[in-house]
Ligand binder design. Structure first.
Ligand code: PLP
Length: 385
């Protein structure tokens, strides 16, 4: 088959690769598989949302296209959700509903950049970001990983990487894979750095509902639309990752340009996702708050047991959903280490190098999809190593 060299040079999708290691394996009842691989909530959306979706199926309009940017009433509901959760909000016109944060990312980068432009990406990076940028012919300029700083960005380092070709600083907060959260103060400084260089600060805030406070206060600034773009996901927030529910939040004129790509790419977010999103934004604040606490408890529990357990693995960073650990085998890559954990301890997790070059000594554990009671068992297995 004739595929492009650009695409051939991109790493395979890491979750698909790691899950392929499970093919043909059977796990004994006394040592079942512990899946620390994918960042999905372990719970389902609440019954109210499910019933609402079922009822919507009787309405023929549920099966039709919506405007490219999404239904105005849904964008209004999202805007109000932001007002409650960030205490300041984009307007409905500054919102385009997308097929997950994934498509919001593509809309952002196709609208912002031309081939050979540069985007600064903090290591460890959410793997789909470098993969997508490479596919678009955009140069990925990695900001180095600093384990002593939980992998958080350093303002001076980011500044030193800006060139005349830089179009954006792309960051994830709370981070996938480390769980670390960039402070609102640093976010503001990064915004001002972007502003003074006439580039964009692009924040992927997929996990914004799981830290209990707004990740930043940029929406309070009147000038935010000039230099800030947010990539939003509602998949984790409302536990509907499979409905593919996200948004691009940006300056209205940027959205108008992005709609050219939206139209040719997907036309619109599916109606079902919009129906669920509107219901979620209007009815599920308490449910989100409870799940945010649940996820933080999982993290706190994980962290305290992990530290007490004194394994040969080192906890470099952690937060809601994720832990970023250093494995003890200097001679093994992250891939080999992850395979060893599967062979010996029936645990699957992601290799560090999936998150960028030079990260072979690390593994990402996601405890978002295992129950509180399973956490101790998972760490006990790491003690056997
Ligand atoms: C940082 C980050 N961005 C984007 C996504 C994709 O989100 P969505 O399912 O909304 O496309 C994920 C999913 O794990 C993620 O961790």
């Amino acid at each position: 088959m004739l595929s492009s060299k650009t695409i051939e040079n991109i790493q395979p999708p890491p979750i698909t690769e790691v899950k392929s290691w499970l093919a043909g394996r059977i796990f004994p009842a006394d040592k079942p598989l512990i899946d620390l691989c994918q960042a999905v909530p372990s719970y389902s959306p609440p019954q109210g949302l499910i019933d609402h979706l079922k009822n919507s199926m009787d309405d023929p309009s549920s099966f039709k296209y919506s405007p490219d940017e999404g239904l105005s009433e849904v964008r209004d509901a999202v805007s109000h959700w932001y007002q409650r959760h960030y205490h300041s909000a984009p307007t409905a016109d500054q919102l385009c509903l997308t097929i997950g944060a994934s498509q919001a990312f593509w809309l952002t980068m196709t609208t912002l950049c031309q081939p050979h432009d540069e985007v600064i990406v903090q290591l460890p990076a959410y793997f789909d970001h470098p993969m997508g940028l490479q596919a678009l012919g955009i140069k990925v300029v990695f900001a180095p990983f600093n384990p002593d700083n939980s992998g958080l960005p350093d303002l001076n380092t980011i500044q030193s990487l800006i060139t005349p070709k830089t179009k954006a600083i792309l960051l994830v907060t709370p981070s996938n894979p480390t769980g670390a959260v960039i402070s609102p103060r640093l976010v503001n400084e990064l915004f001002e750095l972007a502003q003074s260089n006439n580039i964009s600060l692009v924040l992927d805030e997929t996990y914004n509902a799981f830290i209990g406070t707004p990740p930043h206060h940029l929406f309070r600034r009147k000038d935010w639309p000039n230099n800030f773009i947010q990539i939003a996901s509602f998949g984790k927030t409302f536990a509907l990752t499979g409905l593919r529910c996200g948004a691009l939040i940006a300056d209205q004129q940027f959205i108008e340009q992005a709609l050219k790509v939206q139209d040719s790419m997907v036309v619109c977010q599916p109606r079902t996702a919009q129906i669920a999103l509107e219901f979620g934004c209007q009815n599920l604040d308490n449910w989100i708050a409870q799940n945010s606490i649940k996820m933080q408890q999982r993290h706190d529990h994980f962290k305290s047991i992990f530290i007490e357990a004194k394994t040969d693995f080192e906890l470099t960073a952690s937060g809601s959903f994720f832990a970023w650990i250093r494995h003890p085998w200097d001679h093994l890559s992250g891939r080999q280490a992850a395979k060893q954990l599967l062979e010996e301890e029936n645990i699957i997790c992601l290799p560090g190098e999936a998150f960028g070059p030079g990260l072979e000594n690390y593994l990402r554990l996601s405890f978002g999809n295992i129950e509180l009671e399973q956490i101790e068992g998972a760490i006990k297995r790491l003690q056997h190593i």
